[in-house]
Design a protein around this ligand. Structure first.
Ligand code: C2E
Ligand code: CA
Ligand code: CA
Length: 402
């Protein structure tokens, strides 16, 4: 949906989006009209592109109203307002859990509209509603996958920026489909969560990860393995003992395991969650703040939670080379983590330039497509063995070979 009181913008945008294969593109000339359209179709929009200054419900009010209507899709800004204002509008959308596709300045250029589509279609790893709508699994299919042990971890390496040494990996859930196809988490994590299946899925995955860590320890001991843990699954006093027991069964030290908890929800932590986190830490588990920068935590809030690591959200890292706001976000996160003596992981390091930038601004570890995409365990082991468990930049290797 495109929302702008300037009639030219919606018609240009619609013509462009339709030419690029977008099936439907609704137009509204102010926030009120936009909300009417939104409510008529139960909010089934993937992307809402809006102006900031409009009569009757401006862009900022529209974003807040969309948030109350639980919209969690993509938002883009099109405006002739000062860039700082536009950026703040996007920050507000992000703080409500929406995905942001960027800012287009007026006069509108096709290139910018193309960039919106590219950002949305690539996603940035996290679950976009567009991806969700494409191929959601049914709760029954997920249930069967859990019972048939078809939930499998893929491993993405996490590398020390100063040495290139492979410090560990993040285990990312995949489901092996009945035909052997690999289904990404965007198609099942939300459904699992909404149907009470995230707990059995995560347990299943946790066991698979422990089994793989046991195997890894024979090849290259002491890698640290991170696994995503939904905050709702922390509301359980017995969790630290259960996880410790599972580790004992596989002969794994909890110090090799880190639970990653998304920033947004982690900070509404209840007394139970706090106790569970502290007891996990006492038992030796690591606990990382995931997607840092997408919520609203400040130093104060962070300091009150027993985190051992901070993962900077890839939306900041990937844009750090292009815009100063993102770079400032990265720097602030690193400074904050330093105050709290926590190492930082820069997620979304896709090229050498970003690697160099993250290293220069003092991030401790990097994760991203530059090193490797997430891999099944066999390929992960082959990848590590092939490089002697130390990552070298492609340019350094080329120079070495020359
Ligand atoms: P996440 O925890 O932020 O995981 C990182 C995601 O970013 C992964 O997507 C990874 O493939 C992707 N990624 C890594 N490096 C790059 C890069 O350089 N560029 C780009 N564009 N993307 C990169 P994936 O595997 O599709 O996972 C998506 C999300 O699904 C995860 O985001 C996490 O929130 C959720 N998820 C995955 N597994 C689990 C799980 O077992 N439990 C729960 N609760 N959530 C999970
Ligand atoms: Ca994660
Ligand atoms: Ca993350």
């Amino acid at each position: 949906m495109v929302v702008d009181d300037d009639p030219l913008v919606p018609s240009i945008a619609k013509a462009f989006f339709t030419s690029q294969g977008v099936k439907t593109c609704d137009l509204a000339s102010n926030g009120e009209e936009a909300m009417q359209l939104f409510n008529q179709c139960d909010g089934r929009y993937d992307f809402i592109l809006c102006d900031i200054s409009m009569p009757r419900l401006d862009g900022i009010q529209l974003i807040a109203t969309l948030a109350r209507a639980r919209y969690a899709g993509w938002v883009g800004i099109i405006s002739s307002q000062h860039p700082t204002l536009c950026r703040t509008a996007l920050n507000i959308a992000e703080s409500y859990g929406m995905r942001t596709a960027g800012i287009a300045r007026k006069p509108l250029e096709q290139a910018m509209l193309g960039k919106f589509l590219k950002t949305i279609s690539e996603g940035n790893g996290r679950i976009s509603p567009a991806a969700r709508a494409l191929s959601n699994m049914s709760p029954e299919d997920i249930h069967n996958a859990i019972n048939e042990d078809r939930v499998v971890p893929f491993y993405q390496p996490i590398v020390e920026l100063h040495s290139g040494l492979i410090a560990g990996a993040e285990a990312l859930a995949r489901i092996r489909g009945p035909e052997g196809n690999i289904i990404p988490p965007a198609a099942f994590i939300d459904v699992a969560e909404q149907n009470g299946l995230l707990e059995p899925l995560t347990r299943n995955l946790f066991n698979a990860v422990l089994r793989d860590v046991q195997r890894l320890n024979c090849v290259h001991p002491n890698l640290n393995m991170a696994i995503n843990w939904d905050p709702k699954l922390l509301e359980r006093h017995s969790l630290p003992d259960e996880l410790k027991q599972a580790c004992d069964t596989w002969g794994i030290s909890p110090t090799q395991i880190t639970l990653e908890i998304t920033e947004t929800t982690a900070f509404e932590a209840s007394a139970t969650i706090l106790q569970v986190l502290v007891r996990l830490r006492i038992k030796g588990f690591g606990v990382a703040v995931d997607d840092y920068g997408t919520g609203y935590s400040n130093l104060d809030r962070l300091a009150r939670m027993p985190f051992s690591k901070l993962k900077i959200d890839q939306s900041f890292v990937r844009k750090a080379g292009e815009d100063s706001f993102s770079m400032a976000g990265v720097e602030t996160a690193i400074r904050l983590a330093r105050e709290l003596s926590m190492p930082t992981v820069a997620e979304g390091v896709e090229d050498e330039k970003l690697w160099q930038m993250m290293r220069a601004c003092g991030a401790s570890l990097a994760q991203g497509y530059l090193m490797s995409r997430p891999l099944p365990i066999d390929q992960f082991i082959d990848w590590g063995n092939a490089i002697g468990w130390r990552f070298e930049l492609p340019s350094a290797m080329a120079a070495g070979a020359a």
